[in-house]
Design a protein around this ligand. Structure first.
Ligand code: ZN
Ligand code: ZN
Length: 137
């Protein structure tokens, strides 16, 4: 039996690392995984959706695919549901517009309570329900 060590590159396949006490490596690995995931969603979104800008309906090919970007509908880049429901393919121009609109909206108008979109997430409609359910019997 020969034990081969893979220098540097951690084997992405198994994850069966018996030296689990090597915290640093784990942290590095986790960071790498996260980077992979962030790259991964673009890949997935491009597989899932046709290469068309969701705003100006410009079509894309391999040649100009760089200009097609993945927009997060809720603007949370960490929210990447596997069904792609938070993704929207936008060309870089429409993507810019999309984000500018958001910042202009919040900075410019200064509308405080007219915008329902920025309602604070403090109110949880299920809290009362849980109380009812939990406190009942
Ligand atoms: Zn566009
Ligand atoms: Zn975006």
């Amino acid at each position: 039996m020969t034990v081969t060590k893979h220098p540097g590159k951690s084997a992405a396949s198994g994850g069966k690392n018996k030296q689990a006490d090597r915290q640093e490596e784990i942290i590095l690995q986790a960071r790498a995984n996260r980077n992979e995931r962030e790259k991964g969603y673009r890949h997935k979104a491009l597989k899932m959706y046709p290469w068309v800008c969701g705003r100006c309906t410009r079509e894309f090919t391999h040649e100009n695919l760089r200009e097609l970007t993945v927009h997060h509908r809720d603007h949370n880049h960490g929210n990447n549901p596997p069904d792609g429901s938070n993704w929207e393919l936008l060309c870089i121009y429409c993507h810019d517009n999309e984000h500018e609109r958001m910042t202009q909206f919040s900075a410019g108008h200064g509308a405080t309570d007219t915008s329902e979109e920025v309602a604070p997430a403090t109110h949880n409609p299920f809290a009362d329900l849980q109380k009812l359910l939990g406190g009942g019997e």
